[in-house]
Structures are given as C-alpha cells and as structure tokens.
Design a protein around this ligand. Structure first.
Ligand code: ATP
Ligand code: MG
Length: 439
C-alpha cells in the first residue's frame, strides 16, 4: 500500500515515528514562510507542517488534490491540541511531499461540510459531494444497515435468495412497469420479488429474504419515491396470522437500531442522530386510526389508504402517546390492497395486512397472503385479474402451500428515516427519478 498509516489513526503513542500518509488536500494554509496542510482520507484528518523550503515547492497545490506526505510524528503542546480533529494531539513534521493527482480549479461544487448547494447539483457531482464527511457518513451507516439486516435474517433462519429482475410481467398493476425489448418478447423490470418469495416459501425453504433492486416507473416527484430502489423483502411460512410476521419485523427493528447505535457511534454523533430503540411497536387498527385522525381534523374515508399527511399525523400521535418512533397500521381496506392479501373471515372489506410507519413515513407493507387457490382465484377475479394467465404463479398453490406472509421494506427509506434526512435522494448514492438517468 502507498501509506503506512491512515489519517485518523495516529496518536501521541506514535511520537517520533516516520510515517507515510496519502489522501486529499482539505486545506493548505500559508503562514508567513511556513504552511499547514490538512490531509484527509476516509478515516480522518491529519495536520502536516511544511517548512519554508517545502512551502515554496508546494505553492501550486490545489484543494482536493491527492498528495503523499512523508514525515515524523510530533506531539503538539497541550495548549495547541486541536479538538476539532481526531488526531489533534499530533502533527506531521513533513520531510517530503509529492503531488499524485492535481485537482482542477475551481471545483464544480463546494466541498465544505456545511453547504447550501442544491441536492440536484450535488448528485450531478456526487463523487465530490462524498468527500464531505457528513455525506460519507450516511453511506457508511447505510452499509451497516444492510450488514445488520443480513445478520438478523440469517440468525432467524431465513435463506437469502436472488430472484429474477427481468420478468414477463408483474403480478401487481401493470402501470408501474418499465418495459424493455427482450429478443422477440417484451420484458418488464421486476417491481417487487413478491411472487418469487412466495414461490420459495412454498417450495420448502419456508423462510426467505432478499435485498435487491426494485424498479417502479412511478412518475411521482416526492421526497420519498425513486424509480429504482433497494427492497428488503422477506416471506415466511406456517404462520398463524399476520401478527407472526409483525413479530419478526418488530424484532428486526429492535436488533437493527441496537446494532447501528453500536457500530455507527461516530457517524450518528456527526449527523446528530439519537436512535430510539422500540420496546414494543404499537399495532393500531385502521378504524381506530381513522378516529384518531378525525380528532386531528384529518378525514380518511372508509375505503381509503392513509396519505402522506395522515402518516405524519399518526406518527406524531404515537410518539407522544407511546414514546415510539414506529407504528403498525393494521387491516387496510380490501379495495386498496392487491388480490393476494388474505381477508379476515369476519370482515371481507378488510385485509390481514399492515403498513409500518417510521417517523412519519411508510417504510414497509406486509400481510398474510391467501394460500387457498379457490379463494385466491375468486379474489383475483374481483380485481379483474385472470389467474389462468399467470400460470406459473397459480401452479405454486396447487401442490401443497403452507399459510404464509411477509413484508416489503425499503433500504433507502429506512436509511432516510433512521437518519432524519429530508429527502430520499440523500440516502442513495445515485438516485433515479423521472428526470434523472445520470450519472
Ligand atoms: P408509497 O405508498 O409510499 O408509494 P407503496 O405502498 O407503493 O409506497 P409498497 O409496494 O408497499 O410501496 O413497497 C414496499 C416498500 O418499498 C415501501 O414501504 C417503501 O419502503 C419501499 N418503496 C416503495 N416504493 C418506493 C419508491 N418509489 N421509492 C423508494 N422506496 C419505495
Ligand atoms: Mg405500501
């Protein structure tokens, strides 16, 4: 490797050691004949002192250039310890500096921690935007969320699957599909792994999960919708009802928030986020929610979904009453749910379904699925779908299908809500929406 140490690694204990660091030039401050260079890499920042001779040689170094610094670790006097950087108790007495790659000026966006540059312009220059520690931190947290998700579901005996993304046609409404030529046919990009997760539960894996790309041709311009996002989907067999699924989802979020609090301490501090691990996530029936919202002057008709404002109001209520950032909303109207959601015996207008709302935004939808073919066919018909045309889906229920259910969550939305970001575009490296296909 080019370096002996990272920029966040050196302490008093390394005093007198000869080291080589490489990274980006954060700033170069000339003070009379000498200068101070702040060198940054993924681990932190180190101050490098340049004597008059080196200062002369480096007068043309530009911010964000990549440089290599050789020198000795020197402990700074107590009074001069820099509290603003991790390695503030030392600096490098530079003996050699080499420019590896010079950055052009001016930079297309500012790389300051606090910036007012619009998210669109930042995404246009995402490779530079990520040089900012706070932005970088978001993606370190996202990566840990994905890691802890894998840990949790493997621990619970779920098998990780990869289902096709090139599909003949989605089971759900055709309106949201991206179509593309596929030899002599037209293919659709998968808008959910729904049918496949069900297939592999029924096939005997019993518990499956997938972290994979989901495509939806939604024309919406909101702070919570993308046309390409990462779904966290799971499905499980032999459940008694939808509450068994919610139990797993609840344990997942308890585990996730506990583990992220531990593994992302520095990042959460930097982003000023304090996680509130749920003890018990309240489960409220939609009829009860309608009453709660009515008191808040928000009317949701009986056959309707909760809209964005309703989710926000409900979250505020739950936060106050139950001190919880999460809430399950249960029993969504049959009119608004897909044909494969199971209906309760005593209430054909409802479904054995739930949404999970986190800090005011839906992050997941789940349900017990209908596994009895006769009823499934009837339900499909009611929604104007001919199951005979979906032969491969129909067939999976013909040869022994256990009662089952699952949930679809979004990694981007979870990251957005967990970190209190104001736009889902902050939580994905390169967002895709109706206007954006590059970079
Ligand atoms: P919404 O009502 O917010 O549009 P949805 O109910 O259409 O979402 P589902 O089909 O229930 O979405 O998808 C399951 C999960 O996938 C959602 O709860 C969300 O976390 C995520 N998700 C869905 N659509 C998007 C999208 N366009 N962009 C980002 N994440 C999404
Ligand atoms: Mg949903």
């Amino acid at each position: 490797m080019l370096r002996t140490h990272s920029c966040g690694e050196l302490t008093k204990k390394n005093e007198g050691k000869k080291v080589t660091l490489v990274g980006w030039v954060k700033t170069l401050r000339v003070q009379g004949k000498v200068s101070f260079l702040l060198l940054r890499d993924r681990d932190g920042i180190t101050q490098c002192f340049l004597n008059d001779e080196l200062t002369k040689k480096t007068s043309d170094i530009t911010p964000e250039s990549v440089v290599l610094v050789e020198g000795k670790v020197k402990v700074r006097p107590d009074k001069q310890i820099r509290k603003d950087i991790k390695t503030g108790e030392i600096e490098i007495e530079t003996s050699k500096i080499e420019i590896i790659s010079k950055a052009e000026v001016p930079l297309p966006i500012e790389v300051e921690e606090e910036t007012t540059t619009h998210i669109d312009k930042r995404v246009d220059n995402r490779f530079l935007d990520l040089r900012r520690d706070k932005v970088n931190a978001i993606f370190r947290v996202r990566s840990k969320i994905a890691q802890h998700t894998v840990e949790f579901f493997s621990k619970e005996g779920f098998v990780n699957i990869n289902s096709p993304k090139l599909t003949e046609s989605g089971v759900e409404s055709g309106a949201e599909e991206f179509k593309l030529p596929y030899f002599k046919k037209t293919a659709s990009l998968a808008q959910s792994p729904q049918v496949y997760k069900q297939m592999f539960v029924i096939s005997g894996l019993e518990r499956v999960y997938e972290i994979g790309t989901v495509f939806r041709a939604e024309k919406s311009h909101t702070t919570r919708h993308l046309t390409e996002f990462t779904g966290i989907d799971m499905e499980m067999g032999f459940i008694e009802n939808e509450h068994d699924v919610m139990d797993v989802v609840e344990n997942y979020f308890k585990y996730l928030l506990t583990e992220v609090s531990k593994s992302c301490k520095e990042e959460l501090e930097l982003l000023k986020v304090k996680l509130n691990v749920p003890k018990k996530i309240p489960r409220l029936d939609i009829s009860e929610i309608r009453k709660i919202l009515k008191e808040k002057k928000k009317n949701i008709p009986e056959d309707d979904d909760l809209d964005a404002e309703a989710e926000k109001l409900l979250s505020e209520y739950v936060k106050e009453k139950y001190k919880c950032d999460f809430v399950f909303a249960l029993n969504y109207p049959w009119k608004k749910r897909p044909f494969y959601h199971m209906r309760p015996e005593n209430n054909p207008k409802g479904t054995r379904s739930f949404d999970l709302i986190y800090n005011g935004v839906e992050i997941g939808t789940g349900a017990q699925r209908e596994h009895r073919l006769e009823i499934l066919e009837k339900q499909a018909k009611e929604k104007g779908i001919d199951l005979k045309k979906m032969k491969f889906y129909r067939d999976i229920f013909r040869f022994g299908a256990p009662p089952h259910g699952g949930v679809g969550l979004g990694l981007d939305r979870i990251t957005e809500q967990l970190l209190n970001l104001d736009n889902i575009r902050e939580a994905i490296l390169l967002p895709r929406d109706p206007e954006r296909l590059t970079p």
